[in-house]
Design a protein around this ligand. Sequence first.
Ligand code: SF4
Length: 427
Amino acid sequence: MSCREMPRSSVPDFLGEAPRVFNDATTMQPRAPASVPVEARNGARVKVRDMRPEGVYRPNYSFLTPNMRSPQYVQMSMAAAITLGVMNGAMHRTACTRCLNLLLTYPEGCRANCAYCGLARHREAERNYADRNFIRVDWPAVPYEEVLDIVAAGGDGGRFHRMCISMITHPCSDEDTRVVLKKWVERLKHIPVSILSNPTTMTRQDVQELKDLGADIFTVALDACNREIFDRTRGRGVQSPHSWAKYWEILHAAADIFGPEHFGAHLIVGMGESDRDVLTQVQKIRDLGGHSHMFAFFPERGSLMDHLPAVPRPQWRRIQIARYLIDYRGHRLEKMRFDESGTLIDFGLPQDEIDAVIDAGVAFRTSGCPGKEARDISACDRPYGDSPPRDIASYPFKLNRSDIRKMRRQLDAGMADGCGCQSGELR
Ligand code: SF4
């Protein structure tokens, strides 16, 4: 998130390679999680040492990690910490984030084991929960009352358009999310709250309670774009408790309870699915009244997929455009054409309409819950959460003419590289 990138590691990102059409399922196999020694399980190291936290904790692998627990403590993205002045730092081409992303925290951490995620349980042996990287950055831990005080005193300079509570898979997260939400709404009602839910531990009643307590938008991180990839990356394939059916059950509950434009789902592109798989989910979510929040797959350091290539830019760019057309231009999947492998070869619109969308640049910006600017511009801009600044996947700011030229080059690379169409034919 910061222009101070994550520490260098040997993890390849493959961004410099010749363009591929898409990340195929055969390539995108997570490695198996190793077993965790008993003395490292369930946050035992942190709980046995039981260091008292004092103020802000910045992840530091050389210090003992304090025993911090929500709702007293929350973690926040590095971009949010810089925006709030909790941490010093600068970000490439942007001064702030528009969304305060908060993450519940416990010594036991998330009990799930999603293959692409830096917070996953298999990392217990290697790194305590509060020290783990997540979407490419560290997440400092801050006393929640301090967060409330700083924002209430205007410490964000009016820059936050939204706050988001990220639940994790933990037995206390349902109750603690309610506490964090209630306290926020009591003091900071003018900044709407999104919930990034954990469907595995939730019932329809839990969704209703969050709505009644004042949550504005409810999101479900489906992440995987088909059932097979879901099972492989966050279900039985990696000894993780999630199920596709349960996630869709809670997504349907959110559609009923929160209503159109007030729910959404996260999807990660490039984990072995086809373009048709991604856009089928996007259309389903739009037909229910929600929006898709897209993430480019990036090999998160320390995850079970950190040896795998980032999503090829041509695949990502054509999906960004197609998703934007479905979500904000009323276009439909049925009008698009795919080749036999499910790769998108025709948007189903005249070229001048596609050109106008490319030139506007909004389709290439980070997607997520909206802020005050426009309904198609996300408050949640997650600076550099799915790419390094040297090859931005989701733009956290308005694109300039040079950026747009780059988008065209990346789209053209896919078109010329065997996606089944000649240059100029992808419409
Ligand atoms: S449930 Fe969420 S936080 Fe936990 S491992 Fe999976 S993706 Fe990461």
